[in-house]
Design a protein around this ligand. Sequence first.
Ligand code: 5GP
Ligand code: MN
Length: 338
Amino acid sequence: MTNLSALRTFLNSPRRVVIVTHYKPDADALGSSLGLYHYLARCGHHPQVIVPSDYPAFLHWMPGNHTVLIDEPPHAQKIDEAFAAAEIIFCLDFSALNRIQNLEERVRKASAKKVLIDHHLEPEHFADFEKWNPHSASTAGLVYEMIIELGDRINLSADAATCLYAGLMTDTGGFRHSNTRREEFMIASDLVALGADPSRVAKLIYDTNTLERLRLMGYVLTEKLVVLPEYRTAYMTLSQEELKRFGSQTGDTEGFVNYGLSIKDIRLSVMIYERKDEIKLSFRSIGDFSVNELARKHFSGGGHKNAAGGSSKTSLEETLRKFLDLLPEYQSRLLTDE
Ligand code: 5GP
Ligand code: MN
């Protein structure tokens, strides 16, 4: 962590704290934020988690969830007050400010100290303190490491450990992705010692599907999954009409993109779906093929080497066409990869 001792000194007296994370928070975004929330509250600070949008129902069980403010009109005043009072702002699980949508201007303009804790590639360096490590599988793990560096393990409660464990578990795909290092197991082990229950967290995140989501998954895998062996690529698209037909809720499509990558010999998988105001792309790859590069160069996005996302302002059909037209350029790399 940069400026660790200055941060320690700053946190020596009780502070008003805002914690922000990215649009459509996933389990690592929300888990790292609420884990930090519990830690700071236990230290005597006054933390407030603020998120740019709603998030999947399978994250609502997290301890502290009821305190989170979503940036929607009914909360505007409370959010204004929290930013006005904030002495320090923690930015978690993103490193480009455009990922927090309408909160971007508030964070940019705030006079509060800023802390970035993140593991995405090519960060915007906007913070006074940084805990940034692209090799770390999760932001939750980085929050844990920061607390250990601060010498404050004693203030990690079972609730904090549970939220952090959820982020670590999901960003490693259940400790299966190539980002799972020895360190991830060491952190997980300590979080379990502190009170996280692996089986319970896994059940709450992975096995609380709605029937609608399972039916949507069945439809996507049967009708929408397309495999292009000549590019070792799989893709799926979903329109608003299809999402509505299956009664889909925020988060229902999460993880679908991984099924493309689970097919033997596939190196690149993409899920393209229509949101209300834009087209969203989710990329996954295996091996050296960098989807961060692909998303950054062509779809105003980014992320990690093997997991990235982007967006497009054209139609679903045009976005798919653009993606397909790019494949010949990447063909040799997709085929030569192990
Ligand atoms: P997902 O496909 O699960 O939405 O995202 C995969 C990874 O890429 C995550 O680490 C996520 O934070 C990042 N990501 C997703 N969408 C975007 C985007 O539009 N811009 C950037 N910079 N990163 C993204
Ligand atoms: Mn993450």
